[in-house]
Design a protein around this ligand. Structure first.
Ligand SMILES: Nc1ncnc2c1ncn2[C@@H]1O[C@H](COP(=O)(O)OP(=O)(O)O)[C@@H](O)[C@H]1O
Ligand SMILES: CC(=O)N[C@@H](CCC(=O)OP(=O)(O)O)C(=O)O
Length: 265
């Protein structure tokens, strides 16, 4: 039997930081007819609040080192302010959104990140087995639209900060068992650029070998690193289509006009 199409769509800091652009995006997202899940980051907003509160922040390879104070900030900002605002805006566009952290309904478990030379603190890593896909399927069957922040839990009472690109990837991987999943990473560039300063240098398709070449040529840095790592993990784990696109191109992408960078093995 043919699998039903499902979109897993991830948005990040620069869009969330701009109320007007975010609302435009959410109106387009709400208009997608197929089942869909939204995953949001919000790193910029969390960094701004931390600066105001004089709590210094450190990013390593696109991931935030998260001490207890920072965990409180990201929980409030991601699972609170941003998640609830997005849900309210989607409701305004007649999209029956429901907001979650990974702890809600035990939807996404994570394990403290330990496989690194530095201690990231309260940062949790996720894998496709971490996703409670039975509950997610039930929610989608009810025509609800799950909206995820990147806060997860270990089921021992601890919350963890998880990279939002990783959350989107594992959701897409887990749901690929039952759906034909298209994973879209929406961000502020047109896709992967060969020259970060030239918006016309879009790379339309990227396979693993070309990716490793870009890495060694130092053409990829910081925020794009977790995005690409997770994009490749998704295609390696049966996600049907993975594309990195400009956040203004969502409707074109849904209408099959490929405009960003499509990821291949
Ligand atoms: N080769 C590249 N092509 C596109 N973007 C790149 C590249 N190298 C680095 N980047 C940077 O990665 C950023 C996206 O990562 P990030 O800011 O973390 O996005 P988000 O918050 O949406 O997850 C882009 O805005 C860009 O500055
Ligand atoms: C562990 C870790 O790095 N978590 C991320 C979660 C938010 C995120 O990914 O936000 P963007 O998608 O807007 O970058 C962070 O705190 O920045």
């Amino acid at each position: 039997m043919e699998k039903q199409k499902l979109y897993v769509i991830k948005i990040g800091g620069s869009l969330i930081d701009n109320e007007g652009k975010l609302n435009e995006f959410l109106e387009k997202f709400a208009s997608i007819k197929a089942p869909k899940i939204l995953v949001h980051g919000g790193g910029k907003l969390a960094s701004n609040l931390a600066t105001k509160l004089n709590i210094s922040q450190q990013m390593v390879e696109g991931r935030r080192v998260t001490d207890k104070e920072t965990l409180d900030i990201v929980t409030m900002v991601y699972a609170g302010k941003i998640n609830k605002n997005i849900v309210a805006q989607l409701q305004n566009f007649d999209c029956n959104a429901i907001g979650f952290s990974g702890a809600d309904g035990n939807l996404i478990k994570s394990k403290k990140r330990t496989n690194s030379e530095i201690d990231f603190g309260f940062v949790g890593d996720v894998e496709k087995e971490s996703v409670n896909q039975n509950l997610l399927k039930e929610l989608l069957n009810l025509n609800l639209v799950p909206v995820f922040s990147a806060i997860t839990h270990d089921k021992k009472g601890n919350l963890f900060n998880t990279n939002a690109d990783s959350v989107a990837s594992v959701l897409a991987q887990a749901l690929s068992q039952n759906f034909e999943v298209e994973l879209l990473y929406c961000f502020d560039k047109n896709g992967i650029l060969d020259d970060i300063n030239n918006p016309d240098s879009l790379i339309k398709t990227l396979n693993k070998i070309e990716y490793l070449e870009l890495l060694s040529a130092k053409k990829l840095n910081e925020g794009i690193l977790p995005k690409l790592k997770n994009a490749f993990l998704a295609v390696e784990n049966n996600v049907k289509k993975v594309v990195l696109i400009n956040e203004t191109k969502l409707v074109n992408q849904i209408n099959h006009q490929n405009e960003g960078t499509e990821i291949y093995l």
